[in-house]
Each structure stands twice: as C-alpha cells, then as structure tokens.
Design a protein around this ligand. Structure first.
Ligand code: ATP
Length: 253
C-alpha cells in the first residue's frame, strides 16, 4: 500500500534519511520504530507530501506522491507529531474545514463529523472553540480530521504521546478496526512496548537507515540467533544501555 524506494533526505550535508526501501502491505498496522533523531518524522513527512525527498520515490496505493499528489493525498490521512489547529474555529468547524480541503461537503460530511465526535467523546464540545480544548482533546480532534475523508491508509507520528490511558486504548482499537477492514496504518514510535503491543510488522530505523524489519517474533529470532536480544538491541539504539550503566555508577559500589 505504501512503497518507498531509495528514499533519501539530506539537510545540507547531513543525511537524515539514507536510501530507505520499504513496503507496507495493505491491511497491516506497521510500526516504524527508532530512537530520537533516527529519521522517522522526516520519512513520514515525505510520505505525506509535506517534504520533498532529495532522492527516491514514494507510492501510495500505486500513486506517486510527487507525480500525482492529489490522488496520493486523497488516499491518506496524516496525523503529525505537532499538529496545527485553528484556535478560533470550533471542533465542528475545524472538521468541516478539513473535509472541504478534500472536496467533501454536504449532509454526508455532517453525519461523519457527528459520528467521529461521538466516537472520541467530543460531541458536547462540537461548538466550543478549539482554544478551550485540552491537549488530549486536540489530539483526538486531529485524529478525527485525518479520518474525515475515509482514507485507505493512515500515517501517524507518535500517536500515543499525550493521550490518557482511555484515549490510548480507544486509538489502538480504532487502528485495529481500521486494518481489519483492509486499511493500512504506518505508525512511528520510539518505544518498543508500543510497537510490540500494537504492530503486525516493524521496521527499526537508526541514523536514517533501516537496520531490521519483520514481525516481532521474526525480529526476536533474528536478533537472538546472534548474541543480543531485541530489547538489548533497541536499548543500545536508544541509549538505554548507557542509562542503565549510569544508574549502576550512581548506585555506587
Ligand atoms: P524523534 O523521535 O526525536 O522525533 P525522528 O526519528 O522523528 O526523531 P527526525 O525528526 O526525522 O527524527 O530527524 C532526523 C534528523 O534530521 C535529526 O538529526 C534532526 O536533527 C535532523 N533534522 C530534522 N529536520 C531538520 C531540518 N529542518 N534541518 C536540519 N536538520 C533536520
């Protein structure tokens, strides 16, 4: 459903994404796992058509994001890590505005807005200004806005950050329901636990390169047939091993 070929992004002389090839199959919840600064956000922003790659190509359901941006973007719902919302619109107005960007309006959209607000327990806030929403409520509104045009795939950057346990669970259920009906979710995260709990397949990215990919079981087998567990590999990548060493030193003899 999402295909990356030789995807590369350089900021000046610094290469943030380095020749990534990746196939995200339809009907899967795919995790893009990596430590801070690994290149996850850069990759997702290129897929969403917000950043231009330095080299390489991206297809969404057969549409090239650069050659056919309108049809590629119509298939996609993007949930950024730092979303922008218009403070002076109400929740309902914001969703109507986003639907309009996708060329949708009328009774169907009004019904969809009400369904989504109901689902995320925002219905009573529909006519309140976004400026009065809490962080979690804004997050839920953004997720609703990514679903408003019934996309085939969702690309989401660190979705669990800032959600309370109930909203996090709801989001997990929504993503699972979405992929069970043939949708595709590509989700970035920097925590192994989130990837483990939610994803069918995972690609691990470090320094802009994919260093491992597969199901959680396949990754475990790949790493443990060497002399390091997946947890230890990921801790090494994320610097957790250094933190444990620091804790040991602080504990003293
Ligand atoms: P995090 O988990 O911390 O969000 P990430 O994996 O999403 O990290 P990116 O935001 O893609 O990582 O950043 C990858 C690298 O590219 C980082 O070293 C970052 O400093 C660098 N980078 C990102 N955006 C720019 C930019 N506009 N100009 C220069 N360097 C950038």
């Amino acid at each position: 459903m999402i295909r990356l070929e030789g995807l590369t992004k350089a900021y000046g002389s610094f290469v943030a994404v380095d020749h990534i090839d990746l196939d995200v199959p339809a009907g899967q919840l795919f995790g893009f796992l990596g430590p801070n600064g690994a290149g996850k956000t850069t990759t997702l922003r290129i897929i969403a058509g917000i950043l231009r790659p330095t080299a390489g190509r991206v297809w969404i359901g057969g549409d090239d994001v650069i050659a056919n941006p309108m049809s590629a973007k119509a298939r996609l719902g993007f949930i950024p890590d730092r979303p922008f919302v218009y403070e002076k619109l109400t929740g309902g107005e914001f969703l109507r505005f986003v639907a309009g960007l996708y060329g949708q309006d009328g009774a169907g959209v009004e019904q969809r807005i009400d369904e989504l607000l109901e689902l995320f327990e925002l219905a009573v806030w529909k006519d309140e200004l976004v400026e009065s929403y809490s962080h979690g409520m804004r997050q839920k509104l953004i997720i609703s806005s990514a679903l408003i045009h019934r996309p085939e795939c969702i690309v989401v950057d660190e979705p669990m950050v800032g959600l309370d346990p109930k909203a996090a669970r709801l989001l997990k259920e929504i993503f699972r329901h979405f992929v069970d009906r043939g949708g595709t979710v590509l989700m970035s995260t920097h925590t192994l636990e989130v990837a483990e709990a939610m994803c069918d397949q995972i690609a691990i990215i470090q320094h802009g390169k994919i260093v491992a990919r597969g199901t959680m079981d396949e990754l475990r087998r790949q790493t443990e047939s060497g002399d390091i567990s997946l947890e230890d590999l990921f801790l090494r990548l994320t610097g957790g091993a250094a933190a444990r060493e620091l804790a040991r030193i602080l504990e003293g003899p």
